[in-house]
Design a protein around this ligand. Structure first.
Ligand code: UDP
Ligand code: MN
Length: 329
């Protein structure tokens, strides 16, 4: 049967030996994080799809540069059977094994944008956990809902527990019979789930429920800020947020991540939402974030609908840049 590779059972020891030999797992005083994202190997069917994938990658590069996080972007299909949203599993495993110096690996979908460029992960809260995913306890364990968590943005610790989780997760992914059968199983077992081929999100919820004693204790369900934020409830409010609040909050006042779940800009019309609505709102989310980047250089998108920028007036720059104020030198 299909696996992610040869079984490994002593990764914690191997990794510890590597760390003491080679390098510290600290980077700028914090545990090393590797941001990972990716998209399909071929051009999108829809011309605008590649444009949004590029914008999304720029958005991630900006956040990672500002916060000293390294980034790996994948466009190769490493495992023929683990296609589509399942491609993250073999990728995450190979990155864990190839980067023992990295403590956390952070997967983020190519349709999830950083919308708070200032917010930082509260890593100290996750010390006793091996996985961090946006979700709610009651939605998963009481309601068995298939949207009780979202796998568009999550963190895994580089350790044996995570390798074991990937091994338990992967059997639901191979294309063909396993993926079809698991799809039916999840549709029966999880509340609200339509009967389609199995997805990595349903499989993770299924594991948390079916093998709770094995996985639940080390899985942190985050909902105090938007590690993943459902775009539909956020994008109409960007202007109000800009009036009332400021970056660095990460929650509904200034969402950390805005994830375009159900939009399929790469595949034209196959999504759950009108492509025009998705495109318009992705542009707005990108510009909302880009303003937080451009500010440091004295530029701004005059409104969130336009890709064009304007120079911020000198007076405006004075207040934004302490080092430019007259008399400060
Ligand atoms: N993806 C990938 N390679 C592929 C197809 C998808 O790396 O060949 C990634 C991509 O980052 C995408 C993610 O898998 O964002 C999950 O798919 P999608 O965002 O379409 O699912 P949704 O969030 O809408 O459920
Ligand atoms: Mn997505």
């Amino acid at each position: 049967h299909h696996t992610l590779g040869e079984h490994i059972s002593d990764w914690d020891e191997k990794r510890a030996a590597y760390k003491s030999e080679e390098s510290s797992n600290q980077h700028h005083g914090k545990p090393r994080i590797l941001m990972v994202s990716g998209s399909q190997p071929k051009p999108c069917d829809n011309a605008k799809g590649d444009y949004f994938i590029l914008k999304n990658l720029k958005n991630k590069v900006d956040y990672c540069r500002l916060h000293n996080i390294e980034i790996f972007y994948n466009m190769a299909q490493l495992d023929k059977k683990m296609s589509g949203f399942w491609s993250k599993l073999p990728l995450l495993r190979i990155l864990m094994l190839s980067h023992p110096e990295v403590e956390w690996i952070w997967w983020m979908d190519s349709d999830a944008f950083f919308t708070d460029m200032k917010f930082e992960l509260p890593l100290e809260n996750y010390e006793n956990y091996n996985m961090v995913v946006h979700g709610w306890y009651d939605m998963i364990y009481e309601k068995q809902s298939w949207v009780g968590l979202n796998t568009g943005s999550f963190l895994i610790r580089n350790c044996q527990w995570t390798l074991d989780l990937l091994d338990a997760w992967a059997p639901y992914g191979p294309s063909g019979k396993p993926r079809e059968e698991a799809g039916h199983l999840f549709a029966k077992y999880l509340r609200g789930r339509p009967d389609f081929e199995s997805d990595d999100q349903s499989a993770l919820i299924y594991l948390l429920l079916a093998q709770k004693e094995r996985w639940a204790e080390k899985t942190y369900l985050e909902n105090s800020y938007f590690l993943h934020g459902y775009w539909v409830i956020l994008v109409e409010n960007f202007e109000k947020m800009m009036e009332k609040y400021h970056p660095g909050l990460g929650d509904e006042r200034w969402p950390f991540v805005t994830h375009f779940v159900g939009c399929k800009p790469c595949h034209g019309h196959s999504g759950d939402y009108a492509p025009d609505r998705c495109a318009e709102q992705m542009e707005r989310a990108f510009n909302f974030a880009d303003n937080q980047v451009l500010e440091a250089y004295g530029y701004v998108h005059p409104n969130l609908h336009t890709e064009s920028v304007e120079k911020v007036t000198q007076a405006g720059m004075d207040t934004r840049h302490p080092n430019l104020r007259s008399g400060s030198h």
